[in-house]
Design a protein. Structure first.
Length: 364
């Protein structure tokens, strides 16, 4: 059955990208378009469990057209980063938190359970073999994308008996161009992201597919991101398509919507709650309505707001627009509390500050 420490069958890429080409790619990687030389794959079948653990040259997956993921979106994923440290080493950030969330996502979609150690070892193994791909430019990192798909070849709607778990890696610059300029949000009134009892707390591709019409609407309105309201009352601010949200008040306190099944439990969110409290700030996990947000932004009671997640780290929210809303947050730029929290988090991730909370998982 499942061993917890996998031994991978390692097949090195016989034609890796040359050092010179790699340096060129790393100089301007963009976001999620450049990939490393290798990938991890593991297969699961109901009778044999997880088996066939491989590190191999990155290549296309060969799928039968009746494979369940292609029809019923049996897909979950994670997003994490390997960070280059000042001494040339590298680290992951809270990888066991990703592994735990991956198990929770799998449970929600009735997919195979992947032991946490297998998940973490896979990610570590890929970063180690592709270590040359971890960028060292300011704010850049090696983004890791572990994911699992249902691979049973059958059109019947039932949980899949077979799965592939895969990890790929992509060097990334910061998500938004420049060093985190403030974004404009579109308040989605036509679409919601997640309903009670749904899959909002699972990191699954289906949630993203369902959010893209709102995203397209937002883009047409000149906004970079969408903020979703709760599906029941259409008043409470939940989160962005792929980022959690925080509010900063005049009295220096912070607030973020509470988890409750419709919000993705972000690891960045949880880390910032901890860091904020360590700075002596009051941090509330309480509902906040879009009308209150507008009123407080206009009165000055609310001074800053930001979005957060692994990909874009901490991103200031400058303006909010919607059919019945429109306001600027603070002076429309990154505020001091936002900048302080971002610095506190990234200083730990990049090894510039003491890892007081034991969040780093040093690789080499
Ligand atoms: C991944 C994700 C986040 C952020 O989670 P982190 O663990 O902080 O990266 C927030 N919202 C959604 C919908 C997500 O998919």
């Amino acid at each position: 059955m499942n061993k917890t420490k996998p031994t991978f069958d390692v097949k090195k890429n016989p034609n890796p990208v040359t050092g010179e080409q790699r340096e060129l790619l790393l100089a301007n990687p963009g976001w999620g378009r450049v990939f490393t030389d290798h990938m991890v794959t593991m297969r699961y079948s109901e009778d044999r469990g997880w088996q066939d653990w491989r590190i191999e040259p990155r290549k296309a997956l060969d799928l039968d057209p009746a494979t369940s993921v292609l029809h019923y979106a049996l897909e979950i994923f994670e997003g994490m980063k390997a960070y280059r440290l000042p001494d040339g080493g590298a680290t992951l950030f809270r990888p066991h938190a990703n592994a735990r969330r991956f198990r929770n996502s799998a449970e929600r979609l009735a997919m195979a359970d992947l032991p946490e150690d297998l998940f973490v070892e896979s990610v570590r193994a890929l970063v180690c073999i592709d270590r040359e791909w971890i960028p060292s430019a300011q704010g850049a990192a090696l983004y890791l994308r572990p994911f699992m798909i249902g691979t049973e070849v059958a059109l019947g709607t039932k949980p899949s008996c077979d799965y592939i778990f895969c990890v790929i890696a992509s060097p990334v610059a910061s998500y938004f161009k420049g060093d985190g300029p403030a974004v404009t949000l579109w308040v989605s009134e036509n679409f919601t992201r997640a309903a009670p009892g749904g899959t909002g707390a699972a990191k699954c591709g289906g949630n993203y597919a369902a959010s893209l019409a709102a995203q397209a609407e937002g883009l047409r309105e000149g906004c970079e991101q969408v903020v979703f309201l709760d599906a029941v009352e259409r008043r409470w601010v939940e989160e962005l398509g792929g980022m959690n949200v925080f509010f900063v008040f005049e009295d220096g306190s912070l607030q973020t919507p509470p988890l409750g099944g419709t919000i993705l439990p972000g690891i960045t969110r949880e880390s910032l709650i901890t860091l904020g409290r360590h700075m002596g700030l009051t941090v509330r996990e309480e509902r906040y309505s879009i009308d209150q947000w507008q009123e407080d932004a206009r009165s000055g009671r609310l001074t800053e707001a930001f979005a957060c997640g692994t990909a874009a780290v901490v991103t200031p929210i400058g303006k909010v627009k919607g059919r019945t809303h429109g306001f600027t947050v603070g002076d429309g730029k990154a505020g001091p509390v936002t900048q302080r929290l971002k610095a506190a988090l990234t200083d730990i991730q990049f090894g510039r500050a003491d890892d007081k909370h034991g969040w780093l998982d040093r690789l080499f």
